[in-house]
Design a protein around this ligand. Sequence first.
Ligand code: ADP
Ligand code: ZN
Ligand code: ZN
Length: 770
Amino acid sequence: MNPGPQAALSAAASPAAAADALPILRVALDTPADDCFDYLATPDVRPGDLVVVPFGRRSVVGVAVECAEDSEVPPDRIRAVAARLDWMPPLDSHWIELAGFAARYYQRRLGEVMLPALPPALREAEGWARLGQRARADEYRLLPQHAADLLAAVPPRARSVRALAQVLADRAAGGQAEPISLFEARELCAAAPARLAEWLEAGWVEARQCDRPLLATAPEQAPSVAPPLHEEQRAAVDAIGSAQGFAPFLLHGVTGSGKTEVYLHAMATVLARDAQAQVLMLVPEINLTPQLQSRIAARFPHLPLAVLHSGLADQERSLQWLAAHRGEARIVLGTRMAVMASLPHLALIVVDEEHDTSYKQQEGLRYSARDLTVWRAKQLEIPVVLGSATPSMETWWRAEQGSYRKLVLRERAQADATLPTVRLIDLNHERQRQRTLFEGLSVPLLDAIDARLSRGEQSLLFLNRRGYAPVIACDSCGWLSGCPRCSAYMVLHRPERRLRCHHCGLEAPVPHHCPDCGNVDIAPLGRGTQRIEEALAARFPQARIARIDADSTRRKGSAQAMFDEVHAGEVDILVGTQMVAKGHDFQRVTLVGIVHPDAAMFSHDFRAAEHLFASLMQVAGRAGRAGLAGEVMIQTRYPDTPALQALVRHDYDGFAASQLRERRQAGLPPFCYQVLVTAEHGQLERALQFLQSARLLADQCRMAPEVQLHDPVPMSMVRIANRERAQMLVEATSRPALQRFIGEWVQTFAEVGTQVKGVRWQLEIDPLRI
Ligand code: ADP
Ligand code: ZN
Ligand code: ZN
């Protein structure tokens, strides 16, 4: 009864388009070889369909991009489309154009963008049938002229079978019979599948396949009541709701100022206007989706909500994607991958925490989901809302110039919530007062935690470094636990008694003595979250302490369980990495301690200050969200750092102004555009040589005077997993000039690649870290 693989793959005739179909089909495949490949079309294929085609000796799934009159492939060599996915509506032209733009902008092949953007079950023909079983259902209709035969054939004592037959007959009585789904039929009669198969055989009923609803709604749930909006929130919602055409907004509001409430109201406005309208909302982290998901579901209980993120099992993600593609999902909540979702009725896009670096994909197609949302909004002529307490300099600059409209929320939304006070603990000063640190924790911070414990409030300690200690060292010869494969140290993980390299994954047992001199006095240097957790347990034995980082939450669902404990008040002190910093609305945290922000201050990266400010502001925002006054303590040896001073004053605007001034003087983004070429090889010399040769070839390309190539240099972290890495930066004051140049230049790379054997190269447009 279910469609077997044959059924799902069959090239069965489709209603539309058969007559005027063109003979050649251009198909995008996931390979760097070319954008599209030509095949002989079957009459039913439409652009946007998924098809199976022969490619070399394999069969692969591709996206039908367009039909054409003829092909450069000789007629005797051109091959035919093997099958098409006939039960899914084709991807629309907007989606194809979006992929086309991303491919051009990020210098990839069309198929390299399209296929990874599809959910796993659709990328392989084997997945189609299984997905079809979940996404499609059989439905049955009694032919009215056979009603008497059917009823006569049912034995009187088979009550449930009779009930089923009666429903079929009743529905058929109207003439145009309304079908019954297999699901409904089963509810009436457990033996429905077997009986229906018999009746089908007898020619009394007809069967056909239909789309099965994929998302549950909870209409019986009373919708959560939206709080009356504050004046600034109201103004923001009105601005978004009344926007015409393409309208990019920056919603700038401190943490807890009610940005989410603005998103929800704006969504409600847009969704109410058009019964098909879809809204896309992006969030940076997977662990933020459950909390927000339930908040959205409670606000819109009758609207189907789809979620898209990498934490979902393949099949589930595919179903959610399909619900968005079919238009069934009215709201789609997802991480960066969701920017490529197919949304035929997209009417509003929201990007929460738009500054977050996780919107930038760091491998494969290195796209910025945030930037793509803006392009998408422009293409569809719809509003896009970028929200943040600490907007990226790029976004802020656009808002300052007026190309994005700025909406501001100045205060915390809840009546009794105020911004926390931020205090810098000067560790030099602590030392002068001869107060030694207790395992990296200063006296004022420990006292503050103590006070929270006695008041039954929660403390959150932030340290962006997991493990026990970042390195172990030998006191007598200076040996350090370096990774043999990387230019990095192996991190001590004490509970597991292992050394681990966080870059290549190498693991080793903890040595009992120094491998160089045999000294047994080797000791951990510095601190990670495990060590802080241990220190707190020693210092506050009565406290309930939880640690949330990538190590403690490896098991699926464990992060959520731990966050639930914190929310339920079962934790007194929470220690964590950036995992705890984002989005969580901890109602009882009144103290945030930032243990060690200093490492970020010595980075070469010109964005280090921006990222430091954003991440500390974010963590600080966890304090004092509901009624209880919040306090933030930042331990530092460099209290004069401008980013820290600005934090004390809660002065994003001032900080941003000074950052932009510096960037303008130095000619850095957003006042220029960058492309980073990286090359890696077993030997650094070879990687550099590749970049040198590529550089020479640049002279043969049209290079506008605005474009500037820097010298190839070793990367600051030069070796990872025995591969040596070098980079070359290209800058330009004009984006089109840069795009034109890069487009030509990268064509020459293949040639350079053959000169330098074994080199791997990467091109990154708008790199975030250089
Ligand atoms: P943000 O997204 O800026 O961090 P939220 O929208 O999550 O802020 O709001 C923070 C808290 O304030 C939430 O608990 C929310 O329910 C509450 N809140 C938001 N807007 C209002 C309002 N207008 N009146 C009362 N409470 C509000
Ligand atoms: Zn030694
Ligand atoms: Zn390593």
